[in-house]
Design a protein around this ligand. Structure first.
Ligand SMILES: NC(=O)c1ccc[n+]([C@@H]2O[C@H](COP(=O)([O-])OP(=O)(O)OC[C@H]3O[C@@H](n4cnc5c(N)ncnc54)[C@H](OP(=O)(O)O)[C@@H]3O)[C@@H](O)[C@H]2O)c1
Length: 329
């Protein structure tokens, strides 16, 4: 019997990519899927999106009636809206994958290099984009015992959802025409700027930096000292990070690069003399983490520097769909 799924937040940046990822699975015959139920707020009710060759799916306001027949749901809504939605899904017995940060510290955190046991689990969370981006290469380098990560992560406007994307597009257009854009939603203008704040501050660290420090050791399965700065940058899709990984055992840049070449969902782009290295533009549309500029960090013993890029929307959608299939199994 085809698996009945639902996407809550189907009109958003991530929701649209989740729909595309489900359609690919169905089209390629990798999963027997019924057309998903699409939910969002009442404001989006009636919007339609294509499914496979010839079907149009209409968006419904989220309600228990809309998702009652689903076996599992992908939840891609803002963190403030997620708990109420997950609670209703739980009451209906619908398993949920929450892509927001709302349940990351209370539900199993799903990552495919160390999948948690999901037997009977009603809910799993997917990690933040920043932890996902750094965990993929680190998971392949455990034999050298990584002990610290120092990272600067540049987030694109899509990390702030549809509102971030449209605000950047509008502000860029207005500024290019010599006009002043309206007051920005992120606190500071993103167009022609860089903003060193991702989420609210609690103490010296902003939300995304605290999340990374909490999630990364759990995804990798090791204690790690994590120091990061996360910034918002003025482009639309694809994270870029520079990172130094400190290892307890000697790891040369050449051995690290070689090991990354065979790591799942990692692509090494490392030929600087030919201008080959990771960039957001190369990551866009790809679910993998691109790694390059792998070189020794002369400022610390056993330190290796690298540059990473990942399309967080695509990579999170691919991961969330894997989690959904694991839950529904
Ligand atoms: N964007 C990324 O790169 C990314 C990566 C990893 C995780 N995430 C997480 O995924 C979630 C969604 O992100 P996004 O970028 O897709 O945001 P978005 O573009 O702002 O989309 C939000 C979606 O949630 C829906 N929604 C909001 N409140 C709702 C409610 N009370 N009931 C039902 N639907 C509601 C919106 O519907 P309307 O269109 O009707 O308003 C829209 O479909 C966030 O928690 C985010 O942190 C995002």
């Amino acid at each position: 019997m085809p698996l009945q799924t639902a996407i809550v937040g189907a009109t958003g940046v991530l929701g649209q990519e989740l729909l595309a990822a489900l359609a690919e699975l169905a089209r390629d015959g990798e999963a027997d899927l019924a057309p998903p139920v699409l939910c969002a707020t009442g404001e989006s009710a009636g919007e339609t999106f294509p499914w496979l060759e010839d079907e149009e799916l209409a968006v419904e306001p989220f309600s228990t009636a809309a998702v009652r027949g689903a076996a599992a749901a992908l939840v891609a809504v803002p963190p403030a809206a997620a708990p109420g939605i997950v609670q209703k899904l739980r009451e209906l017995g619908v398993a949920a994958v929450d892509a927001s940060r709302a349940h990351r510290q209370t539900a199993p955190l799903f990552f495919d290099t160390r999948p948690p046991s999901l037997a009977g689990a009603p809910l799993v969370a997917t990690p933040s984009a920043e932890a996902h981006l750094l965990a993929r290469p680190l998971a392949a380098l455990l034999e050298w015992e990584p002990s610290s990560v120092h990272a600067t992560v540049l987030r694109p406007a899509s990390a702030a959802g549809e509102a971030g994307v449209s605000e950047l597009a509008q502000a860029t257009g207005l500024l290019l025409n010599g006009e002043e854009p309206p007051a920005p939603r992120l606190g500071h203008r993103l167009a022609f700027n860089l903003v060193p704040q991702a989420g609210a501050f609690e103490g010296p660290d902003a939300e995304a930096e605290r999340d990374l420090a909490w999630e990364l050791p759990r995804l990798v399965g090791r204690e790690l000292a994590v120091a990061s700065t996360v910034l918002f940058g003025p482009w639309f899709y694809g994270h870029l990070a520079t990172a130094t990984v400190g290892f307890s055992r000697e790891a040369t840049a050449d051995r690290v690069r070689e090991r990354l070449e065979s790591a799942p969902q990692v692509k090494v782009l490392d030929d600087p003399s030919e201008a080959v290295y990771p960039m957001p533009s190369l990551a866009t549309g790809d679910g993998a983490v691109l790694v390059g500029r792998v070189r020794a960090d002369p400022s610390r013993e056993h330190g290796v520097q690298m540059v990473l890029a990942m399309d967080a929307v695509r990579a999170t959608a691919v991961l969330a769909v894997k989690a959904l299939l694991a839950l529904a199994r």
